[in-house]
Write a protein that binds this ligand. Structure first.
Ligand code: SF4
Length: 189
């Protein structure tokens, strides 16, 4: 590569794409044209999604090829994030690709010191049993003034920001139907 003086360097900055300046860096436009660079996401399917990390709800574009996620970036068409993602959101693909991702339910029994992998059927049965037991033991039909309240203060619910409108609606219906009072959602929907 040619030696670049301070003066040449400033010329490069001022001239931008000038052939003379680019040549000074050791290559020319003809050479640049001969290098065909292909984007990693060429021919990948573009899927619209949402960052699940916080209530801002930034829109994302997920590039998928052969059922594998290649890249996730901010959606420039979104009026919320306009193509940007914060540093946390920029790690979105780690949710799917991290080698440390938990892919099966883990259960630690009372008094146990280790987590063990269990099946979803076990988890769903256990959750249903615990909800029923907690509701039965904490259900209040009338308050101190005799008003009918039919509520349980023994269970709380916190939802995530990845909830869609429909999921939020459905969960609110189910939870209020059970009599929950303490229902919170990261996106406050
Ligand atoms: S990219 Fe950042 S600001 Fe946007 S939703 Fe995700 S965590 Fe929130």
């Amino acid at each position: 590569m040619n030696k670049l003086s301070r003066r040449d360097f400033l010329k490069v900055g001022a001239a931008g794409t000038s052939v003379v300046a680019v040549s000074a860096l050791g290559f020319d436009t003809a050479q640049a044209k001969s290098i065909k660079q292909e984007l990693r996401i060429t021919n990948a399917k573009e899927v619209h999604s949402l960052c699940p990390y916080c209530a801002v709800g930034c829109s994302t574009l997920v590039y998928v090829s052969n059922d594998k996620i290649l890249q996730i970036e901010g959606n420039p068409d979104s009026p919320i994030n306009q193509g940007t993602l914060c540093p946390k959101g920029a790690t979105n693909h780690q949710l799917a690709l991290s080698s440390r991702r938990v892919t099966k339910p883990l259960y630690r029994a009372p008094q146990a010191t280790e987590w063990k992998e269990v099946e979803w059927d076990f988890v769903l049965d256990k959750l249903a049993r615990n909800v029923k037991d907690a509701r039965d033991s904490s259900f209040v039909a009338t308050d101190a003034a005799g008003n009918l309240v039919n509520r349980t203060e023994g269970i709380g619910f916190v939802g995530g920001a990845a909830f869609s409108n429909e999921e939020g609606y459905l969960s609110a219906k189910i939870l209020r139907g059970l009599g929950l009072v303490y229902v919170e959602q990261q996106a406050r929907t």
